[in-house]
Design a protein around this ligand. Structure first.
Ligand SMILES: O=C(O)CCC(=O)C(=O)O
Length: 199
């Protein structure tokens, strides 16, 4: 796991977290097992990707006026969550003066092809912890992290089986996106593990 040298951010990256074979097998299972849903955004347009949301009871949250109610973990996601927790460096929590909390929910995104995307945003809802771990499966897609002035600090195609963890003040000081890439015809699944806590 490498720490990316981005001043004011805290981003960890492992391009080969899962083997290609593991990642492809997981992709195939999730593609058929998750109840993918294309939901409406706050402006009544369809969000340009399909989603499924899993987690422990009580991990519901609202984003962009969409309510997310967790489905019960399926074994494949629970096993992956445990591996992601093991791979998450202790420093991600130590730097926050926090014990290692782990993850209690996962948002799954399915980008059916390059016309699907997620726009520039930060995951900074008050109930969402600052350590967010993102596993990519399937087609390689561009992932960018930008400062609020628009300057790009990270732009890489996240490969099948990679793990990228955003921690510290990354959600407060930066935004991230997976832009449209019309030439891409293959699907990609992205899983973001989060820690949701309501006070
Ligand atoms: O697909 C990705 O790599 C990013 C997903 C994302 O930003 C999110 O779920 O909040």
């Amino acid at each position: 796991m490498q720490v990316l040298p981005i001043p004011e951010a805290e981003v960890y990256y492992d391009e080969h977290f899962l083997t290609d074979a593991e990642a492809t097998a997981l992709f195939d299972v999730l593609l058929t097992k998750c109840p993918w849903e294309r939901r409406k955004s706050s402006f009544k347009y369809l969000v340009p990707r399909d989603e499924s949301y899993y987690g422990e009871p009580g991990t519901h949250y609202t984003y962009s006026r969409r309510q997310y109610q967790p489905l019960s973990w399926i074994p494949e996601l629970l096993a992956l969550k445990r591996r992601v927790e093991e791979a998450t460096p202790l420093s991600a929590y130590a730097n926050l003066n926090s014990p290692k909390l782990g993850y209690n929910a996962a948002l799954c995104n399915l980008y059916r092809d390059g016309n699907d995307s997620v726009g520039l945003h930060a995951d900074a809802e008050p109930e969402m912890g600052p350590v967010i771990a993102s596993v990519s499966l399937g087609a390689e897609r561009l992932f960018r992290i930008k400062r609020h002035d628009g300057s790009v600090v990270f732009a890489e195609r996240l490969p099948n089986g990679s793990l990228l963890i955003m921690a510290g003040k990354t959600q407060l000081k930066f935004k991230h996106e997976a832009p449209k890439e019309p030439g891409i015809t293959r699907p990609r699944i992205n899983l973001t593990f989060r820690h949701i806590e309501h006070n």
